[in-house]
Write a protein that binds this ligand. Structure first.
Ligand SMILES: [Zn+2]
Length: 306
């Protein structure tokens, strides 16, 4: 049986002091090779001990089984499975749900659905990730949330329209259930800076949402300065324009030297696979170039918003 992880193992921290305020669900490790979000959430909960909390803050691990093995996923990608058909499968008692990710998804689904019916000033679902490319701090959010104060408080590039290319993400499901829901990418996998950036970002969100009753006034500014400093040479907002999908067995290999938001020209060779070179379909900025073996998103082309 894969059903060995209890809800207790999944919860990183949980604070509720019966005061009105926002709900903040923080998810780390939806991809098991991206543990930085988990470390950051652990640190934030440690720091929160001395404060009075408004609303409710809950930190959860995404893919417990994959985190243990430091793999992106075991049977299927936990952050690409939140589509109608798969949700029906997960909710149906006619199946055994014996794939490792089935149990992970069912547990997360229970948490997200439970809070979807409850009243808070704001309901935030922040999914913390890290990427395999350099300069990987940004937030992915549907365009209608791009100007939300909590998103702006992150002071990192905002990437919109990704939902047209990435299907079945937790953030899409969260938005459907009424959450201000987004993916918060904190930097490169395995880097200590990514943990620091996630910590600063989570604090900024908590402060902006009004989740901390007795935070000193200077704290918000300190976090903002730190985040701005890291993202000073990055674009404010970009729109996703196209995506290269990597198929099973394609032997996809990114060319060296690409990083998030690097300018590319139409026709430029960006990668190779078994069928030959793969070129940029248009001018723009390359986004999330894939420098790891697992994953089906080769790269995206995004464009600056004027
Ligand atoms: Zn990820």
């Amino acid at each position: 049986m894969y059903w060995k992880n209890s809800m207790k193992d999944r919860i990183i921290g949980h604070l509720n002091q019966q005061r009105p305020g926002p709900l903040m669900i923080l998810v780390g490790g939806m991809h098991g090779n991206e543990a930085e979000g988990v470390y950051a959430i652990e640190r934030v909960f440690e720091q929160l001990k001395e404060y009075t909390i408004n609303g409710e803050i809950i930190g959860v691990k995404g893919n417990l089984a994959a985190l243990e093995q430091q793999r992106r996923y075991l049977a299927y990608d936990l952050n690409r499975c939140w589509n109608e058909a798969h949700l029906r499968y997960l909710r149906s008692e006619a199946f055994n749900h014996d794939k490792p990710e089935d149990q992970e998804a069912i547990a997360l689904l229970e948490i997200v659905d439970r809070y979807a019916h409850q009243d808070f000033t704001t309901k935030i679902l922040a999914d913390l990730h890290t990427t395999s490319a350099q300069r990987g701090s940004f937030v992915i959010v549907p365009e209608y949330y791009a100007d939300h104060p909590v998103i702006e408080a992150l002071h990192i590039p905002v990437v919109v329209n990704m939902e047209y290319f990435l299907k079945g993400t937790l953030l899409n499901y969260g938005c459907d259930r009424g959450y201000l829901s987004f993916a918060f990418e904190g930097g490169q996998i395995g880097s200590p800076e990514a943990v620091d950036l996630h910590v600063a970002g989570v604090w900024s969100m908590l402060l902006e949402a009004g989740a901390i009753e007795d935070a000193p006034a200077s704290l918000k500014e300190e976090q903002a300065d730190y985040l701005k400093h890291l993202a000073w040479d990055l674009p404010n907002r970009v729109t996703a324009k196209s995506m290269h999908v990597v198929h099973e067995g394609a032997n996809f290999q990114m060319e060296e030297g690409y990083f998030n938001f690097k300018e590319v020209s139409k026709g430029e060779v960006l990668a190779h696979d078994k069928d030959g070179p793969i070129v940029a379909p248009q001018d723009g900025l390359i986004f999330m170039p894939l420098y790891q073996k697992e994953g089906s998103d080769g790269f995206f082309i995004v464009d600056l918003d004027e």
